[in-house]
Design a protein around this ligand. Sequence first.
Ligand SMILES: NC(=O)c1ccc[n+]([C@@H]2O[C@H](COP(=O)([O-])OP(=O)(O)OC[C@H]3O[C@@H](n4cnc5c(N)ncnc54)[C@H](O)[C@@H]3O)[C@@H](O)[C@H]2O)c1
Length: 260
Amino acid sequence: MRGLKDKVVIVSGGATLIGAAIARAFVAEGARVTIADIDTRGGGALASELGECSRFIATDVSRDVDIDACVAATLKAFGRIDCLVNVAAAYIDNGPDSPRGDWEKAFAINVFGAAMFLRACRPHMKDGGAVVNFGSTSAGVAQAGRWTYPATKAAVLQLTRSAALDLAADGIRVNAVSPGWTWSGILDQISGGDRDKVNAVAKPFHMLGRIGDPAEVADAVLFLCSDHARFITGTNLAVDGGYAALGPEQALSPITELMS
Ligand SMILES: NC(=O)c1ccc[n+]([C@@H]2O[C@H](COP(=O)([O-])OP(=O)(O)OC[C@H]3O[C@@H](n4cnc5c(N)ncnc54)[C@H](O)[C@@H]3O)[C@@H](O)[C@H]2O)c1
């Protein structure tokens, strides 16, 4: 993709499947990547795999001191910051039973983490910079037993619009991607590694009849950071196999059913 070679990118939450696919895709385009994550084992292993064009910096996005240290280490290693991809998130959610502490933690990581990372990177980003935040299909619908996570993701989408306006004057674009169900650590864990089972469960509510692959989400992130997206800012790109466009009737034919 045009305009990514030699760019410097920070990927928060870069140690897991989706974040790692993003880091790999940037490196494949000739960019240099800082992986910022609390997962020191996964992050360290990925940085070793990617070699000299990558660094792992242990970073808890709920701590400003960690974010500042990550930005400083990136500038020291690579000399600049062009793109920020805020992937890091926590799925803390007990629905209606969520105590205040869970709300605070979920917002501290998913929303404040993204906002504070952007705040720390902004003075170093120049005209042509790009930020991609992570929303979710969960941001726009009600899901049983889920209160905190969807609220954080809806907040991230509003943060994206607000930031896009105020950073436009600096030539920095801010967008979001909202994945549908995507093969990831949590789905791997819940399904016991059975991707076919996950596809079968997800089929009725994804038009394309399957879950997404981390590499498919990474492609959308790279597009939004590339010169191909130079007139795109403040938007939310659904990478969800048609999840958000599908109504409650799903792919059923209730009218036909009525007539029979
Ligand atoms: N997997 C899906 O189906 C799906 C669907 C919609 C949206 N998303 C979004 O995609 C992104 C990635 O999701 P995932 O399923 O791969 O999540 P995940 O839990 O597997 O990975 C999240 C990453 O963030 C890191 N992280 C957690 N807390 C952190 C903190 N305090 N500081 C720094 N890093 C921290 C984790 O170590 C992990 O590497 C998230 O923003 C999620 O909301 C995922």
